[in-house]
Design a protein around this ligand. Structure first.
Ligand code: AMP
Ligand code: MG
Length: 405
């Protein structure tokens, strides 16, 4: 058996970040930046008002209160998107809307709630004094030319694409969204509401893995259900390698007699067949076909999910350009709410649990049976407890936790 970390290192070696491409901002959120974004302009581009109100000279309203307001002459109205060409003089005010440029000569804005229109709109009563700069957002308050805003490896968030749009950018250089072909193999598998013949079960891995691929920020490509037929399996993998950035298959990597997946992958690709010291998900095949990474995950539904979490997800994140420190989910500390017994077997166990946040710390209880076929238990679980080799742990013990989803 090979240790988890060594197996994962082999996987990551075969997964290099995809070549950067330019994508429209509308498609960029969630992708990993592949350029340094340096500002070439001020944001905001001009000084503007933070409130609806009146632009004034603060000195003109010194001492103004509700009881003794100061009256100023309203000489213009400036809407957002407009600008005043005149200079505000002493004793004057300009009505101004949020975001509109501060007129020359003004140094503060009084919010409309602290004013009263008078003299049929020709006058305004200022009912509160302000300081120079009040409610004024200076040009460059957010960004200056030359600011190094974003660095390669940053994940673009909604705010990131908003800043890029503010700078006038229409596209951005990123690592592309990873296209992942997902294949199920096995003669026992059928789909949909058809009556099951003896020995048949329904394919659940493909839909589950496609969902996991999507949740990992990649795009799943459904490559269907392939029979245990050498030629069909060969065609499916070769076509997938030609059209996808990565391939995930499930089934056929254990020791079954009719598993042609192993024979085919050895023929068309360079594969590592591993027995990882973990439970579930001991068997793992990883390699490449013409440079395209291939993850051969075990067929048991829970095993394929755990294997995806521990190997495929980090590999896909690497293809997507994520930094090395951000490939594997951070493990949290949790406390066992009940005993977690196990027997020594040389493996690290990943126990399906329900983790509840109790006053700021996670308390974990088993989600149910721990068989690698018990997918409904996986559905009830929200986390995996990492149980090191040994005799298990009592209630009240600290354990490492991987929060899923
Ligand atoms: P294998 O890895 O092919 O030996 O399969 C191990 C177990 O997983 C068997 O019980 C299979 O029937 C089951 N299995 C394989 N592929 C799938 C699938 N796509 N959906 C659900 N169960 C599967
Ligand atoms: Mg099989």
């Amino acid at each position: 058996m090979i240790e988890l970390e060594s197996a994962r290192a082999r996987v990551l070696e075969g997964c290099a970040a995809l070549t950067p491409v330019r994508v429209d901002l509308a498609e960029a959120c969630g992708l990993v930046l592949a350029e340094t974004v340096v500002a070439d302009q001020l944001l905001p581009p001009f000084a503007n008002t933070a409130v609806d109100g009146y632009a004034i000279r603060a000195a003109d309203a010194a001492g103004a209160t509700h009881g003794s307001p100061v009256r100023l002459a309203v000489v213009e109205t400036i809407a957002a998107g407009a600008a005043s060409s005149r200079v505000l003089g002493a004793g004057e005010a300009m009505q101004i809307m949020t975001g509109a440029p501060i007129p020359a000569g003004a140094d503060a804005v009084v919010m409309v709630e602290d004013t009263n229109a008078a003299g049929h709109g020709e006058l305004v009563e200022i009912r509160r004094s302000v300081l120079a700069g009040d409610a004024v957002r200076p040009a460059g308050d957010d960004v200056h030319p030359g600011d190094r805003l974003f660095l390669p490896g940053e994940v673009l968030s909604p705010a990131h694409v908003g800043v890029l749009a503010s700078l006038g950018r229409l596209d951005v250089l990123v690592h592309p969204r990873v296209r992942v072909g997902v294949i199920s193999t096995g003669d026992e598998l059928v789909e949909g509401p058809v009556p099951l013949q003896p020995g048949q079960i329904r394919d659940s891995n493909r839909i589950t893995l496609l969902a996991l691929v999507d949740a990992a920020g990649a795009t799943g490509v459904d490559l269907g259900l392939v029979r245990d037929d050498e030629e069909l399996i060969r065609q499916a993998f070769v076509a997938a390698a030609a059209t996808c950035d990565a391939i995930i298959s499930s089934g056929g990597v254990s020791m079954g007699e009719f598993d042609f997946v192993k024979r085919v992958l050895d023929e068309v690709g360079q594969m590592n067949w591993m027995q990882v010291a973990i439970r579930p998900a001991k068997p793992l095949a990883f390699g490449t076909i013409d440079g395209t990474p291939v993850f051969g995950l075990p067929g048991n539904p829970v095993s394929s999910m755990v294997s995806f979490e521990l190997f495929a997800r980090p590999g896909l994140r690497r293809l997507a350009g994520h930094h090395d420190e951000e490939l594997v989910r951070n493990s949290l500390r949790a406390v066992t709410g009940e005993p977690f017994p196990r027997s020594p077997d040389g493996k690290t166990h990943f126990v399906r649990v329900v983790a509840a946040n109790v006053e700021g710390r996670y308390v974990v209880r088993s989600a149910g049976g721990q068989g690698s076929h018990q997918l409904a238990v996986m559905a009830a679980a929200n986390a995996l407890v990492v149980l090191p080799d040994g005799d298990g742990v009592p209630a009240g013990h600290e354990v490492a936790l991987l929060l899923l989803g």
